[in-house]
Design a protein around this ligand. Structure first.
Ligand code: GTP
Ligand code: MG
Length: 200
């Protein structure tokens, strides 16, 4: 399940511009600043594959990365800009929805959730939208290295709260994986998980 090679293929402004070679793909989705681009870099073990930034909203296109020449990781624009009023709303463009509803080669969505802050309504709205539309997803908790670091914030409590909400909302809760792009936590688990889903 290891990544031997990765190449950036293209950025698409519309779902219909995405690669048409029918290879399986995983979409990386989550709030702006949750760590989507960092996670991709960590999976690939390269700093410079995807641009990361402290400024939210950096990723504005559908970006396809070809892994081992036989599957894709897709970096998507973040939703709910961290410091804007929109952060309480799920205001996806029809473009993002169109991608999820029409991309036949999509194996699963990796829905990233920041473990270092309490659960956000927008993440649940997003999970519920995917669930209602029968789009397979895995919850990926990010920034789990911040476990002890910050004052008053208890990521283990955040994660527990989030898992409880998930359990209440789903008869069969989606899988979840703890990760950190800083320490590499969860990297191998996530790669194995994706290889199992691809071969399913
Ligand atoms: P957009 O493209 O704007 O939607 O953001 P993004 O989700 O791609 O986030 P990005 O990977 O650019 O990371 C945002 C910030 O969080 C950066 O300052 C990262 O260094 C930091 N960050 C990302 N992952 C981790 C992590 O696992 N641990 C810690 N401590 N910081 C992280
Ligand atoms: Mg990004």
């Amino acid at each position: 399940s290891q990544i031997k090679q990765v190449e950036f293929v293209k950025s698409s402004a519309k779902p219909k511009d995405c690669p048409k070679d029918a290879l399986p793909e995983f979409a990386i989705l989550g709030r702006s600043n949750v760590g989507k681009s960092s996670l991709i870099n960590a999976l690939v073990r390269k700093k410079e594959v995807v641009l990361t930034s402290k400024k939210p909203g950096k990723t504005q296109l559908i970006n396809h990365f070809l892994v081992n020449k036989n599957w894709y990781i897709v970096d998507l624009p973040g939703y709910g800009f961290a410091n804007a009023p929109e952060s309480t709303r799920m205001d996806w463009s029809s473009f993002t929805k169109g991608y999820f509803l029409n991309r036949e080669t999509l194996v699963a969505v990796l829905l990233l959730v920041d473990a270092s802050i309490p659960p956000r309504k927008i993440d649940l709205d997003c999970a519920n939208w995917l669930g209602r539309n029968n789009i397979p997803m895995t919850f990926v908790f990010t920034k789990c290295d911040k476990m002890k670091a910050s004052k008053g914030i208890r990521p283990d409590e955040n994660i527990k709260n989030f898992q409880e909400i998930i359990r209440e909302n789903y008869r069969e809760p989606p899988p979840w994986i703890m990760t950190s792009s800083v320490t590499g936590l969860g990297r191998d688990e996530l790669l194995l998980h994706m290889s199992q889903l691809r071969n399913y």
